[in-house]
Design a binder for this molecule. Structure first.
Ligand SMILES: Cc1ncc(COP(=O)(O)O)c(C=O)c1O
Length: 386
């Protein structure tokens, strides 16, 4: 092995060197507060405005529909709490629909609205590929449904949802539609008009931007109660002094991502397909999780029978391959994640999940090396465990 191989881009990505250069002046030279009226403040405000416009251009929306937050989780919280509480106050109802496979940032927020605030919640099941069906959504919608939140692409198994179709079904019943596009941000088109959503969440660290900054797109006219109160930043929708360097970095990162999107996607898809094909050929009792074609270009996720995913991660780490598993070790015993559980796999499969997520800089050699190591590691683990 020559260098460690990072196949965990779904967890986070390295910051693009161009993004670092764009951010640097805003730490120590242009450090003004954008809310200040003086020259320093005005220059910082200009940087924030320019970042907002760049992001709006990628999303094909207007600049005042962009709300800066501190991460994807905060964007999800603001979207779900903010819209649900406002809609209920205006007497429109108190029913929310989410998919059972949402990231905890959505799922736990919706559950908290149910448990603490008296909302009714429907968690939509998914099929064996992790797909949410539009018919199931239509059947779950009611006249008092105020909000639907379904993720654009899943973080563990990479499955891509038919967002435009789902959003239309929600709109036909008068509900607001939010999508968590945190995983999709680096790889899928983000044109709001084509997607037809009312709200969309992004987090910069998934698209080669800095950690600690995110975006919520909220369609003009979508009333949102702020989850963070204080000053009047972001038109009263999110209080707190703007994080100027991170906003500048996020805008630069999204522009670069948009410019590279198609060619990066095509390249990663070819590597991903080779990886999937060879692993399924070489590892007995292995399955792909998620949909074969409707999946993120960078996501290869598997389950292996009679394997502990966490143990597998340790063996891979020792071999220089960084990956991730859906099963987490809770109170000493491994448990499948919500996502793996929602695929309804039998017991001998459900703990053996592995996610390999490729990135912009993943080389063909990295994939070859992984293909050369993973089957033997699994063979050895199975032999050791009898
Ligand atoms: C689908 C999805 N939503 C939300 C989040 C949370 O984003 P952040 O880490 O920016 O809070 C993540 C991060 O893993 C994610 O994958």
């Amino acid at each position: 092995m020559t260098k460690p191989i990072y196949l965990d881009h779904a967890a986070t990505t390295p910051v693009d060197p161009e993004v670092i250069s764009a951010m640097l002046p805003y730490f120590a030279e242009e450090y003004g507060n954008p809310s200040s009226v003086h020259m320093w403040g005005q220059r910082a405000q200009h940087a924030v405005k320019s970042g907002r416009e760049k992001i709006a251009a990628v999303l094909n929306c207007s600049a005042d529909e962009i709300i800066f937050t501190a991460c994807g989780s905060e964007s999800d919280n603001l979207a779900i709490r903010g819209a649900a509480l406002t809609a209920r106050e205006s007497g429109r109802g108190s029913h929310i629909v989410v998919s059972a496979m949402e990231h905890p940032a959505v799922l736990n927020t919706a559950r908290s609205l149910r448990d603490q605030d008296g909302f009714e919640l429907t968690e939509l099941g998914v099929d064996e590929h992790g797909m949410t069906s539009t018919d199931d959504l239509s059947n779950a919608l009611r006249s008092d449904t105020v909000l639907v939140s379904i993720m654009y692409a899943n973080n563990e198994i990479g499955v891509i949802a038919p967002i435009a179709e789902l959003a239309k079904a929600a709109h036909d019943q008068g509900a607001i539609f939010h999508t968590d596009a945190v995983q999709a941000g680096s790889q899928l088109p983000l044109d709001i008009e084509a997607l037809g959503v009312d709200m969309l969440s992004l987090g910069a660290h998934k698209f080669y931007g800095p950690k600690g900054v995110g975006v919520l797109y909220a369609r003009s006219g979508t009333a949102l109660q702020p989850t963070q109160t204080g000053g009047n930043q972001e038109a009263g929708r999110r209080a707190g002094t703007h994080n100027v360097p991170l906003i500048v970095g996020m805008a630069a990162a999204l522009e670069i991502t948009e410019e590279r999107r198609n060619r990066d996607g095509t390249r990663m898809e070819a590597l991903r397909d080779r990886l999937i094909k060879r692993i399924l050929e070489l590892v007995p009792d292995s399955r792909l999780t998620g949909h074969r074609t409707e999946r993120l270009p960078n996501n290869a996720s598997f389950v292996f029978a009679n394997i502990d995913g966490n143990e597998l991660l340790m063996h891979l780490d020792l071999a220089g391959i960084t990956a991730s598993s859906g099963s987490a070790c809770k109170t000493g015993s491994p448990e499948p994640s919500t996502v793996t559980r929602s695929l309804r796999l039998s017991q001998r499969w459900e703990l053996g999940s592995l996610r390999l997520s490729l990135g912009r800089y993943t080389a063909s050699d990295d994939i070859d090396y992984t293909i050369s190591m993973l089957p033997d590691i699994i063979k050895r683990m199975r032999a050791e465990n009898g």
